[in-house]
Design a binder for this molecule. Structure first.
Ligand code: ADP
Ligand code: MG
Length: 564
């Protein structure tokens, strides 16, 4: 058999390890949450694979996690009897970071401890957090279903490399042993560990066991008994009654399912009965993940069927414009062997999806109404994604539109905080349309010559400059019976707002400029469709407009850039 083999960490891992140890020290006990969270994921995966291949359980279907400590050796061990790691999986999963958004994460690091700690949290802390408290970590594992001779031992001091070697391992699953750094002895106590486990891991659906202890009056200290007991509730959080769940528990569960480090912004938890039965516990994060715009970024929620984990990132359960939502959906109707292909076509899935969209929109409406500051945070992080809903989900267009916030000439600030209702409440007498301008940047929108006449007349115009805006406006043409009109399109009829004297003046001006217009038409013959005298400009002598029914220059540029 091969002996130990030493391999270097991927450069990013080294950097992450260094950052983690230095930036997250004040939060060091999170290592336990991360390791228990991984152990729980590993058991979920085994239970799922065993649906098709029961032999994987090797006769032991009682999945559990054990946490123990050894005062003499100064170690803590977290064991699970989940899916385990093969030799190659250990190298790939514990030696590299293969996650979308990695590049962006590293490019945003600033060297400022606090900011970086937040970024790491957002990126996902994970297994490497063990090195915050340990100067050596040993992972012994055997994948479910393989021979006991095919175990693997992975060891590292969290510097530049790790060692990997084959071992004989009787039990299925993974044991992770942390050799504590000097000064970390506080963790070598039943009281301390169980307190942390209760705080961070109570929502884990498997039992997290610790060895019972008893006071021995002869020795004058606590001694371990031969009996293990669960220190958590060991029932899946979403299956409990709302009234039995504290906010803290909801938040910790969020961190477990989302791999986020920060609290969520809001959540909604419902049991739906009727034609289709399911439970949903859905969260809105506080911050956009690094891969929000990545094509292969993380999407969707975890799917369970009757409490059995089926898959991560079940993107069929939510439309793409709600891809920032995290959480769990547990269906009572779907078969255990459901595949992504089946999800695509299932009627149950369609009804779950519709129901979930309604819940999320209600949650957002509620937030906009009652917690405007939270809503502002939401909009700044995810507004651009929600806007995609205008095209993707026409059936909810009205609700999505009400949730939108815009910059406008009312404040002339880039902050998007004007709702369509705000706009309508400020409409001028006789105005029956909502005006907007789209440009590449906020400044370009704000300084558009097309706005001159509107500013002069005191008519508010929405200033749009997000990447999706042009596309969005091609789907979004009306709100509460009012047309949405671009100020840069031709044939803009401001007559409704002009008074008699102005109309008369326009006719006179048009008449007197006729010779010039004719001459311009002659000169620009091949370049433009038409030349007109306009009232739209106040300070600029001329501007180019797009025909009523034509693509705007901005959209044309986008299409060209996309190779159309
Ligand atoms: P994440 O949990 O976000 O995937 P981690 O850094 O926490 O990232 O873990 C990295 C990977 O290591 C996991 O995705 C998993 O493949 C593997 N892993 C970690 N702990 C275990 C375990 N106890 N059993 C099996 N695999 C594990
Ligand atoms: Mg993890």
């Amino acid at each position: 058999q091969a002996g130990p083999q030493t391999m270097g960490f991927q450069a990013e891992v080294k950097q992450l390890l260094h950052l983690m140890i230095h930036s997250l020290y004040s939060n060091k006990e999170i290592f336990l949450r991360e390791l228990v969270s991984n152990a729980s994921d590993a058991c979920d995966k085994l239970r799922f694979e065993a649906i098709d291949n029961p032999a994987l359980l090797e006769g032991g279907a009682d999945l559990q996690i054990r946490v123990s400590y050894d005062k003499e050796a100064r170690t803590i061990t977290i064991s699970d009897n989940g899916i385990g790691l093969s030799h190659d999986e250990a190298i790939a999963n514990l030696g590299t970071i293969a996650r979308s958004g990695t590049k962006e994460f590293f490019s945003q690091l600033s060297g400022d401890k606090q900011k970086d700690a937040q970024l790491i949290g957002q990126f996902g802390v994970g297994f490497y957090s063990s090195f915050i408290v340990a100067d050596k970590v040993t992972v012994e594992s055997r994948r479910a279903g393989v021979a006991t001779s095919e175990g693997v031992r992975w060891t590292s001091e969290g510097q530049g490399d790790f060692t990997i070697e084959p071992i004989e391992k009787e039990s299925r699953g993974t044991d992770i042993t942390l050799h504590l750094r000097a000064d970390e002895d506080e963790f070598l106590s039943h009281w301390k560990l169980s307190e942390i486990l209760r705080r961070y891991s109570d929502h884990i659906s498997l039992p997290v066991l610790m060895q019972k202890e008893e006071y021995d009056s002869e020795k004058g200290e606590m001694v371990k008994k031969d009996e293990w007991e669960a220190v958590n509730q060991a029932s899946a959080l979403w299956t409990r009654n709302k009234s039995d769940i504290t906010d803290e528990q909801y938040k910790e569960f969020y961190k477990h399912v989302s791999h986020d480090f920060e609290d969520p912004l809001a959540w909604t938890h419902n049991r739906v009965e009727g034609r289709s039965e399911y439970t949903q516990l859905l969260y809105i994060p506080k911050r956009a993940p690094f891969d929000l715009w990545d094509r292969d970024g993380k999407r969707g929620v975890k799917l369970y069927v009757k409490r059995v984990f089926i898959m991560d990132e079940a993107e069929q359960l939510l439309p793409s414009y709600l891809r920032f939502v995290r959480g769990v959906i547990d269906s009572s109707d779907l078969p255990l062997n459901v595949s992504r292909e089946i999800l695509q076509e299932s009627r149950d899935v369609r009804s779950i999806r519709e129901g979930s969209v309604k819940r999320i929109l209600s949650l957002l409406e509620n937030m906009a109404e009652n917690k405007p500051e939270d809503y502002a945070t939401f909009w700044a992080e995810f507004g651009q994604v929600l806007k995609e809903g205008t095209g993707e989900d026409p059936s909810n267009l009205e609700r999505i539109a009400k949730l939108m916030r815009f910059a406008s000439t009312h404040t002339d600030e880039p902050l998007q905080n004007v709702s369509l209702a705000d706009y309508i409440s400020r409409m001028k007498e006789g105005q029956d349309r909502i005006y907007y301008v789209v440009a590449d940047s906020f400044n370009a929108a704000k300084n558009s010559p097309h706005l001159e006449i509107f500013r002069k007349k005191g008519i508010e115009v929405l200033l749009l400059s997000d990447r999706v805006d042009e596309w969005m406006m091609s789907h979004f043409r009306e709100f509460e019976g009012k047309q949405l009109v671009s100020v840069s399109k031709g044939g803009l009829d401001l007559a409704e707002l002009a008074d008699e004297a102005e109309k008369k003046k326009q006719e006179e001006v048009a008449e007197s400029f006729k010779p010039l217009v004719e001459r311009l038409k002659e000169v620009l013959k091949d370049k433009v469709k038409d030349v007109n005298v306009t009232l739209r400009l106040v300070d600029s002598p001329a501007c180019v407009v797009v025909g009523q029914n034509e693509l705007s220059p901005h959209l044309l540029r986008m299409l060209q850039a996309a190779g159309q």
